[in-house]
Write a protein that binds this ligand. Structure first.
Ligand SMILES: Nc1ncnc2c1ncn2[C@@H]1O[C@H](COP(=O)(O)OP(=O)(O)O)[C@@H](O)[C@H]1O
Ligand SMILES: [Mg+2]
Length: 349
């Protein structure tokens, strides 16, 4: 278990990289820190690892206050974005290094290194040195080294970001399965929302050194707490449309929708609907967005359709082969939507 209390990091230049973070990560949990570049993910991970000293606040690992302890006494294994493996050691020696430090006998650590290497498709490379490996292979060696030493927690800083797309998916699945098997508490930093959704038990969405929402992937996906989270999550971004409440209903992009509870005529709101939660129809409906098809983009199994509606562009997806022709009028009916007042989630429907 990792417990952070009032954790704050102000860098000498005055940047508030972490702003009073409160967080408990459960034993065995796979926890993702997700957010745009510069939001404080790496700083938070480095502070947990002991590579940064917080300005204020505490870090506890398994109940023990480690805030003042050096990295080597925290029993965590970190894999960095810019992986640091030893250039003068071959792959086996690199993976086995933490075991050597712990005085594990040579035969045992070599066997262990070979076992972990096999699961990361590194078997052929065991006798090579880092200079003879691609960036992705070096990254896998760094991953293997962290796994080999069975720490109380894994701290991963975008460990898959240098892998090519296919290997990245393989490594992701592998990592999730392995984390389940080992049941080691894992903090995983990524700026890739798909990676966070796929891997994590819970996700913290960060912005400007703060945690905007901490929740399960399903909750983050279906009930993003703010418009920032809503815009950040999803492979095609959520449509966020200005909405105006009147006694006759909620007016959004040319549609008139039933007024949800808690909404007062006169309110100006933001209506959010994901591209996946609309159906297109050639027939006019008052509760659908009227639009003209302006762009069609091939997504493989689906097509992304951009509609020009009164006051907004709306994107939706249809199965391949069901695209309406360019320029035709269509009506997009929302099924599942969210309503925000200011930045904050008001209601879902
Ligand atoms: N050593 C440092 N000195 C000063 N500012 C830093 C330092 N490291 C990071 N920062 C700043 O702190 C903020 C958070 O950085 P970082 O944790 O690296 O973000 P992320 O990993 O989410 O991209 C950024 O504004 C960054 O410029
Ligand atoms: Mg970073």
């Amino acid at each position: 278990m990792i417990t952070l209390h009032a954790l704050t990091k102000i860098f000498p230049g005055g940047v508030h990289a972490l702003d009073a973070i409160e967080l408990t990560i459960a034993d065995g949990e796979f926890f993702a820190l997700l957010g745009p570049s510069g939001c404080g993910k790496t700083t938070l991970l480095r502070t947990i690892a002991g590579l940064e000293t917080p300005t204020r606040g505490t870090v506890r690992i398994d109940g023990k206050d480690v805030t003042a302890l050096p990295p080597g006494e925290r029993d965590v294994a970190m894999v960095f974005q810019d992986y640091a493996i030893f250039p003068h050691m071959d792959v086996t020696a690199n993976i086995a290094y933490p075991l050597r430090i712990r005085k594990v006998p040579r035969a045992e650590r070599t066997a262990k290194a070979a076992g972990v290497a096999a699961r990361l498709s590194l078997t052929e490379l065991l006798h090579r040195r880092p200079a003879e490996l691609s960036g992705g292979q070096q990254q896998r060696v760094a991953l293997a080294r962290a796994i080999a030493c069975h720490p109380a927690a894994f701290l991963f800083d975008e460990p898959l970001s240098n892998l090519d797309a296919r290997l990245r998916l393989e490594a992701r699945t592998f990592l999730k399965r392995l984390q389940r098997e080992l049941a080691v508490t894992t903090v995983f930093v990524t700026h890739d929302q798909a990676e966070a959704l796929a891997l994590a038990d819970r996700i913290a969405v960060m912005s400007d050194g703060r945690m905007i929402q901490v929740a399960t992937p399903a909750e983050i996906f279906h009930r993003p707490a703010t418009t920032f989270v809503a815009a950040f999550i999803g492979s095609t971004p959520m449509n966020l449309l200005p909405a105006h409440a009147t006694p006759g209903g909620l007016h959004v992009a040319g549609a008139t929708l039933p007024l949800p509870g808690g909404v007062t005529p006169g309110d100006h709101l933001t209506y959010g609907v994901r591209p996946e939660y609309m159906t297109l129809s050639p027939a006019e409906r008052p509760d659908a967005f009227p639009g003209a098809v302006t762009v069609l983009e091939n997504l493989g199994t689906h097509t992304l359709v951009t509609l020009e509606t009164p006051g907004a562009l709306i994107q939706t997806v249809v199965p391949e082969g069901h695209e309406p022709p360019l320029g035709t009028p269509v009506w997009a009916t929302p099924h599942r939507a969210l309503l925000y007042r200011g930045d904050t989630l008001l209601t879902t429907r």
